[in-house]
Design a binder for this molecule. Structure first.
Ligand code: APR
Length: 231
């Protein structure tokens, strides 16, 4: 059986594809107020503004391409049972060819019913608009986990992390919980890697190697090393 490699990714892995991160100096949360566009209250107050914000994000994602970091994770599938747990709402891991991708914070290319959360649809084209309805007749919302909402996939993510043989963290500020706590669910003894050009605060994590590089270069180097290792 292949060793299980669990990779926890954030906005930084898509930065080199031209998609803005959230908390860097040119990040989205510098430009927009979270409370205006990414909460249930924002949706109740101004649906058009929220839809417009995500329509712009969707356009950027659809125009972007996977980068070397996404590709490096695909090459690791030759030797490892790779599970990606991503906070990203883009589909660049899937488009690169990764087979097992769990989205914690939703998916920009999908919409969801506002009366029945099990009704999830692919969005045709770039936009979701006022008047777009589910099969039960209610307004569709972006299939995104907003601030203040439950993270329905979190339990599944814990189950995957608990069984990791190797764990990687790539391109996340680890600022948003519960996702940021995932590393605490990994087995203590396993090798862990963190790839990020910034200073990410991590305390009390055993066996952690920090690679202070952008994801493209850092992940390509690490993938090469892991693929060449005999263990
Ligand atoms: N390669 C790797 N990491 C990078 C790169 C790069 N080229 N460029 C920037 N980074 C790093 C930054 O140093 C930072 O640590 O990516 C991280 C981005 O952090 P955030 O913007 O906070 O993004 P993320 O951690 O994914 O945010 C978590 O917050 O608002 C939300 O729901 C949204 O899923 C998101 C969550």
């Amino acid at each position: 059986m292949k060793p299980k490699l669990v990779v926890f990714t954030g906005a930084g892995i898509s930065a080199e594809s031209g998609i803005k991160t959230f908390r860097d100096s040119d990040g989205l949360w510098e430009e927009f107020n979270i409370n205006d566009v990414a909460t249930p209250q924002a949706w109740n107050k101004n649906k058009a503004l929220v839809l417009d914000f995500y329509n712009k994000r969707r356009k950027q994602v659809l125009e972007a391409k996977p980068n070397n970091a996404h590709q490096a994770l695909v090459t690791l599938e030759k030797k490892y049972d790779v599970h990606i747990i991503t906070q990203n709402i883009d589909d660049l891991h899937e488009r690169a060819g990764s087979k097992k991708v769990l989205h914690l914070h939703g998916e920009i290319i999908k919409s969801r019913s506002t009366t029945d959360s099990s009704l999830i649809y692919p969005i045709k084209g770039m936009e979701l608009n006022i008047g777009d309805r589910c099969t039960r007749g209610s307004q569709l919302r972006p299939h995104i986990v907003w601030f203040g909402e439950q993270v329905p996939e979190m339990e599944n993510a814990y189950l995957i992390a608990e069984k990791a043989d190797i764990f990687m963290v790539v391109g996340t500020s680890l600022a948003v919980y519960p996702a940021a706590g995932l590393i605490d669910y990994t087995p203590r003894g396993i090798p862990k890697y963190l790839i990020d050009p910034g200073d990410v605060k991590v305390n009390g994590i055993t066996n952690l190697t920090i690679i202070k590089e952008k994801a493209g270069i850092g992940l390509s180097m690490l993938a090469e090393k892991l693929l060449a290792s005999t263990t």
